[in-house]
Structures are given as structure tokens and as C-alpha cells.
Design a binder for this molecule. Structure first.
Ligand SMILES: NC(=O)c1ccc[n+]([C@@H]2O[C@H](COP(=O)([O-])OP(=O)(O)OC[C@H]3O[C@@H](n4cnc5c(N)ncnc54)[C@H](O)[C@@H]3O)[C@@H](O)[C@H]2O)c1
Length: 339
């Protein structure tokens, strides 16, 4: 079964391509390489044993997307990862985010409208802001977005609801990811941050290997047991498998319309706990400093994953130690074998 994977050379997309192949699907990758490297295609070839179909295409180009869809008519599912994702950059360049994240979504939906597509959307726990109750459930109120990036995820979910309400024969699942980390066990693919990493785990591994002098822990006086922020870290391979689970659910005739799922472990870990887990797993000591909190950071969030377990038949399996060891193996690989 052909599955279009937009943004399929990116961090989560590349891991999902591997899990799609493992599950017997035939992924077709579309990526404009704006935040990825063409050599990831060779890395995927090494893992899955063949080169998956790849189109270099900017999904904001409406005509090009229409032509693609006219050629690839037997696509049965779409996993839409393609988006710009740096929260800080989105505050400085809101129009870049509104353009890329909305145009690409609308163009893809438009090109395949009326084709009974099973559509998976990459959403984020960022839509919950600082939840009133933890763990946060899917029916928690959506809080005003903290950034243009967060706003694109909230509005995209509204767009998807409107598409279903209009009577579209598509089925849609929006997966609200918590904090994806780690890398494939082969260490051939992983997260490739451009410049200074904005996320904790690449910052940890880059500090450990000597690319950064010191790890900054943003805030040590939060109202949490050790004063640092708490997040629900999820192994990217578990997250990738959730996309396969979403496709399987939509293939059932009983699934109709649109649904939303939290994709996390259901457990929060503080920044200091993650640092300790990294040190214990790898035996590498980290040079870190507790600094002033970053503006806009949420104090603590982790997901209730009961609905995903029950309806999606999916659960995270890999623990924090595996997240750290795989991220460390990837950092070592990519340092010795730059793409
Ligand atoms: N990584 C996270 O922490 C996280 C958390 C929640 C949600 N998400 C969402 O998951 C999705 C994937 O995230 P990721 O971490 O893999 O990001 P990524 O940047 O590694 O992957 C996105 C891919 O999409 C491609 N792309 C971007 N715009 C495109 C366009 N117009 N046309 C074609 N390709 C385009 C990029 O080149 C890149 O390969 C994004 O939608 C992101 O917002 C990510």
C-alpha cells in the first residue's frame, strides 16, 4: 500500500519510513530538503535494503503538488510531517511559518481531495500550553498559542476538523507528539539540528562530544521536585510506530471522520533527570550550568496516553536509558561520518 510521507527525510519522517517498510507499506517520500539532507536517502537504503521512492518538491508549490498527485494516483495514505518547526524562529519569522505550514497542508489535502485518503497529521503537545491538569488528556482545552509555530498546529487541527465537517471522504488522525528524542538502533539516522540545538537531547550529546562547551539548563526554580522543567520524552522509534498504528486504525471500516491522540510515554522526566540518565547510561559526565528560565517555556507537561493504548492499540516501549544510548550512538556516528 503506497503511503506518501511528506518531510520523509526529516528526523521523525525518516524513522517513520523505516517502520512503514517494516510493517509492509510502500513509502513515497516528498521533501524539499529545507531542513534535511539528501544523504539521509542513502542511510535509509542501508537500513531498509532498497532506495525508497523520493521526490524533491516544495509542497508550497501548488502546481507541483497537483502534478505529483496526478502521477501518484494510487496513494492510499498520507503522513504529513513537512513543516517548519523551530519555535524561536517562528516568533521572529511568523510569515515563514504561516506560509510553509499552512500552504503545504492545504496543497496536499487539496491535491488528494475526493480520493478517500487516510491522513495522519503531525501535531504537538504545544497546543495544550501549561495544562491545568496533569497528565493532560486529549479533551483538555486548547490554550492560546505561545508562538506562531504553536498557532500553526492549533489552526491546522481546525482546518482538518473543517475538512471532515464538510463531508470529505478522507479519514484523519492528528497525533499530538510530546518530546521525541533518540535515534534508530542502527545509528544511521537521527536528529540533525542546524546550528545551536534548541532541544535538550541534541544539546546534551553535542556537549558530551565536545561540540558545545557547556549545557545550559534553562531554569532551576520551577515548581517541580528538582526545580527544572518536566517533559514527556518519547523515543522517536516508538513515535514512528504510532504512525503505523494510526494508519491501521483508519483502515478499519469502523473508524470515521477525525480523531486526536497523545503520543508520549505518560511519564514526565525533569531536565536534571534526563542529564542523570544520560550520564548513567553512557558513563560520560556533562558540564552543565543552571541558567535563567527561557521566556515562553512551559513548566511541566506530560500526556495521558490511555486513549492511545485503548483506541490506537499503541504504547511506548523504549525507556529513557534507551533514548539516551541511541542518541549518543547517533552523535558518535554523525561526528565520525558527517553527511
Ligand atoms: N521534533 C519535535 O520535537 C516535534 C514535536 C512535535 C511536533 N513535531 C512536528 O513533526 C513534524 C516533523 O518534525 P521533525 O522533527 O521530523 O522535523 P524536521 O525538520 O526534521 O522534518 C521536517 C521535514 O520536512 C521538510 N519540509 C519542510 N517544509 C517543506 C515543504 N514546504 N515541502 C517539502 N518538504 C518540506 C524538511 O526539509 C524536513 O525534512 C513537523 O510537522 C513538526 O512540527 C515535531
Amino acid at each position: 500500500m503506497k503511503i506518501l510521507v511528506t518531510g520523509g527525510l526529516g528526523f521523525i519522517g525518516s524513522h517513520t519510513v523505516v517502520e512503514l517498510v517494516n510493517a509492509g507499506y510502500d513509502p513515497i517520500i516528498v521533501d524539499d530538503l529545507s531542513n534535511s539532507n539528501i544523504k539521509i536517502l542513502d542511510q535509509l537504503t542501508k537500513i531498509i535494503g532498497y532506495t525508497p521512492a523520493f521526490y524533491e518538491l516544495d509542497l508550497c508549490d501548488e502546481q507541483a503538488v497537483k502534478e505529483f498527485a496526478a502521477n501518484e494516483t494510487d496513494v492510499k495514505g498520507i503522513i504529513h510531517f513537512a513543516a517548519s518547526k523551530a519555535v524561536g524562529e517562528s516568533v521572529k519569522l511568523p510569515l515563514k511559518y504561516y506560509r510553509n505550514n499552512f500552504f503545504s497542508l492545504v496543497n496536499v489535502l487539496n491535491a488528494y481531495e475526493g480520493k478517500s485518503i487516510n491522513f495522519v497529521f503531525s501535531s504537538s503537545c504545544t497546543i495544550y500550553g501549561q495544562p491545568d491538569k496533569l497528565p493532560v488528556t486529549e479533551d483538555a482545552p486548547v490554550k492560546p498559542a505561545q508562538s506562531p509555530y504553536g498557532n500553526t498546529k492549533q489552526v491546522a487541527e481546525e482546518i482538518l476538523k473543517d475538512v471532515i465537517a464538510s463531508g470529505s471522504n478522507n479519514k484523519i488522525i492528528s497525533l499530538r507528539y510530546f518530546n521525541p528524542v533518540g535515534a534508530h538502533e542502527s545509528a544511521l539516522i537521527g536528529e540533525l539540528p542546524l546550528g545551536i540545538p534548541q532541544n535538550l537531547v541534541p544539546f546534551i550529546t553535542q556537549t558530551a562530544i565536545g561540540k558545545r562547551e557547556k549545557l545550559m539548563v534553562w531554569g532551576g526554580n520551577y515548581n517541580t521536585p528538582d526545580g527544572s522543567c518536566i517533559r514527556d520524552y518519547i523515543h522517536v522509534v516508538d513515535l514512528a510506530r504510532a504512525h503505523v498504528a494510526a494508519l491501521k486504525l483508519m483502515e478499519k471500516s469502523t473508524f470515521k471522520g477525525i480523531d486526536f491522540f497523545n503520543i508520549g510515554t505518560g511519564k514526565g522526566s525533569s531536565v536534571l533527570e534526563v542529564i542523570r540518565a544520560f550520564e548513567n547510561t553512557t558513563g560520560v559526565k556533562l558540564n552543565y550550568e543552571i541558567a535563567a528560565p527561557r521566556e515562553g517555556d512551559i513548566e511541566q507537561v506530560w500526556g495521558d496516553v490511555t486513549k492511545s493504548a485503548e483506541k490506537l492499540n499503541w504504547k511506548a516501549r523504549l525507556d529513557l536509558s534507551t533514548m539516551m544510548s541511541s542518541a549518543w550512538d547517533w552523535e558518535n556516528y554523525i561526528t565520525q561520518n558527517p553527511l
